[in-house]
Design a protein around this ligand. Structure first.
Ligand SMILES: [Cu+2]
Length: 149
């Protein structure tokens, strides 16, 4: 009897796991954002960096076209690259997220730059960041200000 009950519990648990995995994979637009964060900067910093992983679970390549955040003059899509012996940050027209792949935004690489803050952001505060993609979808994220990981 006990064995039967534990088998039943196991079956129910498996069903639960399958349901949850399914929910992630069948996200309406196929885009999921993981671990977004704003890098804490000195209070007089003119720009702040935003980092995250953008996962594309769909069968189509997707482009991040732009980003907005209230409290900032504008946001730009940037990429930092090592060129001619120097780290150089350049503005990008879009960020490519290939089908069934992900783009990692991190310090020294792809990032979103928030320009001209109206006020300083403190550690633990949140910034609402909107991402606009070329497949017509947009996402608004609540992004926490943190020290560098
Ligand atoms: Cu930048």
């Amino acid at each position: 009897m006990n064995k039967m009950i534990s088998s039943l519990v196991l079956i129910l648990l498996s069903l639960l796991v399958i349901t949850q995995t399914g929910a992630t994979n069948h996200d309406i637009d196929g885009i999921t954002i993981h671990n977004p964060w704003v890098r804490l900067a000195p209070s007089n910093a003119p720009v702040l960096g935003v980092f995250m992983e953008i996962h594309n679970n769909s069968n189509h390549d997707i482009r991040l076209l732009s980003a907005n955040a209230s409290g900032y003059k504008r946001l730009e899509l940037h990429k930092t690259e090592y060129k001619n012996g120097m780290m150089k940050m350049t503005k990008q027209g879009f960020m490519p997220i290939l089908a069934h792949d992900k783009l990692i935004l991190k310090p020294g690489s792809w990032h979103i730059m928030m320009i001209s803050p109206e006020s300083a952001s403190n550690e633990g505060e949140f910034v609402m960041v909107e991402l606009i993609f070329d497949n017509g979808s947009s996402k608004t994220l609540r992004v926490k200000v943190k020290k560098e990981i």
